[in-house]
Design a protein around this ligand. Structure first.
Ligand SMILES: [Cu+2]
Length: 121
């Protein structure tokens, strides 16, 4: 019985080590991909505490629509004041027309780690 307990504890430790290694492997890779990717679209989803796609590219005059597909409220708020959705409850949408070319950084004011950019060409 003692032998079995020792074996059980060893197996739990191995499982924990494998899980921890898996998390550190996938995290940074996903983040760097998100940072660089720029997608041509005018639809942004708020999902899993992220803007998806995080970085988008549109043409001057285009209207961008944000949809809260998450289970919690979010905002899309430009750093330079160009647009502010206010609080979007799950299921709500917000649209803004971009007339001037430029890069617009924005965040969710409720979750400041949620960041995105709209590049207008
Ligand atoms: Cu948020």
């Amino acid at each position: 019985m003692r032998k079995f307990l020792k074996w059980l504890i060893a197996m739990v430790l191995v499982a924990a080590a494998v899980l921890a290694a898996g998390c550190t492997d996938s995290g940074p890779t996903d983040d760097s991909a998100d940072d660089q990717e720029q997608v041509q679209t005018n639809e942004v989803s708020m999902m899993s505490l992220q803007f998806q796609p995080q970085n988008i590219r549109v043409s001057a005059g285009d209207t961008v629509t944000w949809t809260n597909d998450d289970a919690v409220a979010h905002t899309a708020t430009a750093d330079n004041g160009e647009f502010d959705s206010g609080v979007l409850e799950p299921g709500q949408t917000y649209s803004h027309a971009f007339e001037e070319p430029g890069t617009y950084d924005y965040i969710c004011t409720i979750h400041p780690s949620m960041v995105g950019t709209v590049t207008v060409q």
